[in-house]
Write a protein that binds this ligand. Structure first.
Ligand code: MG
Ligand code: MG
Length: 294
């Protein structure tokens, strides 16, 4: 399996996790079990009242970021902020409060970098990082980390958000290049928890209800990813925890897509996606992988 087919699967995984998880966003595991027993179909609905197959900000911000990288030829802070601003003007179905604050500040000042903040540790910078992993595939690790921070700091400038976003991009890069699950666990997830003990997670499944706090989001994603052996099982595990389920679904989906490749993605989910989104993800993944640095 080549890196480009894994990249397409990762992008489809992001969109599938977003569409699947959005149905149960902000619910508790108990509420989900009472309503669905197990939630495992792309049916829309949820608090955003989505159409079946519709995605949310997690996928559409990633597409906006990827388009800006393709236009600029690299991850450029001003180009990213301008693309996100255009995305916000187009009235997305949902938008995080930190993202909105950052983009309103950019409109006012023209500065695409938010100041360092201890409080902005939401998952909004991590959830959209996928195109950066493709665009920086051939670059040294330090350059990948820098590109992650450039896109992140347009809205989120926080040490925990940075650490998670960089780790996620490097896990995606490793998986595209053929790393297996244990490589990601020992090579990336454990080092993250060693550097920032907040991210420590138990290998066995806990009935946690992850919030939009980047630490809880990543703990839920790691538990689901490392405690299952397929794309389908990983996504069902993570979204049935509820909470910020579209975003845990999106992040788990990109990782599991990169790890298991296109053959791992259930057909009913791939075809259940909004067709325009499905095509946009595939086209953008292929274009980013053709960049000189990709
Ligand atoms: Mg969302
Ligand atoms: Mg969310």
């Amino acid at each position: 399996m080549n890196a480009t087919s894994r990249a397409v699967a990762a992008y489809h995984g992001l969109a599938i996790g977003d569409a699947l998880g959005a149905t149960v966003e902000f619910m508790t595991p108990r509420e989900i079990a009472a309503q669905f027993r197990i939630h495992d179909q792309i049916i829309g609905g949820g608090w955003l009242n989505l159409k079946p197959g519709q995605v949310t900000d997690d996928t559409t911000m990633a597409l906006a970021l990827g388009d800006s990288i393709l236009a600029a030829g690299c991850v450029d802070a001003h180009a990213v902020a301008t693309a996100f601003d255009a995305w916000m003007r187009a009235k997305p179905v949902d938008i995080g409060s930190t993202v909105r604050r950052g983009l309103l500040a950019f409109r006012k000042t023209g500065d695409p970098r938010m100041p360092r903040s201890e409080h902005d540790a939401g998952n909004g910078a991590a959830m959209r990082v996928l195109p950066v992993a493709f665009a920086t595939l051939a670059l040294p690790e330090a350059d990948v980390r820098q590109a992650c921070r450039t896109q992140a700091h347009v809205t989120h400038n926080n040490a925990l958000s940075d650490a998670a976003t960089e780790t996620l991009a490097l896990m995606l890069r490793d998986a595209l290049l053929g790393a297996d699950k244990l490589d990601l666990l020992h090579g990336r997830a454990h080092p993250l928890a060693q550097q920032h003990p907040e991210f420590a997670f138990r290998a066995v499944r806990q009935r946690m209800n992850p919030s939009g706090y980047i630490v809880e989001t990543m703990q839920a994603v790691f538990q689901a990813l490392f405690d299952t052996d397929s794309f389908e099982a990983c996504l069902i595990d993570v979204v049935n925890r509820g909470g910020d389920a579209d975003t845990t679904g999106a992040i788990a989906g990109m990782l599991a897509g990169a790890l298991y490749g296109p053959a791992g993605i259930p057909r009913r989910w791939l075809l259940g996606l909004d067709a325009r989104i499905r095509h946009a993800c595939e086209a953008q993944a292929r274009a980013l992988m053709l960049l000189p640095s990709g």
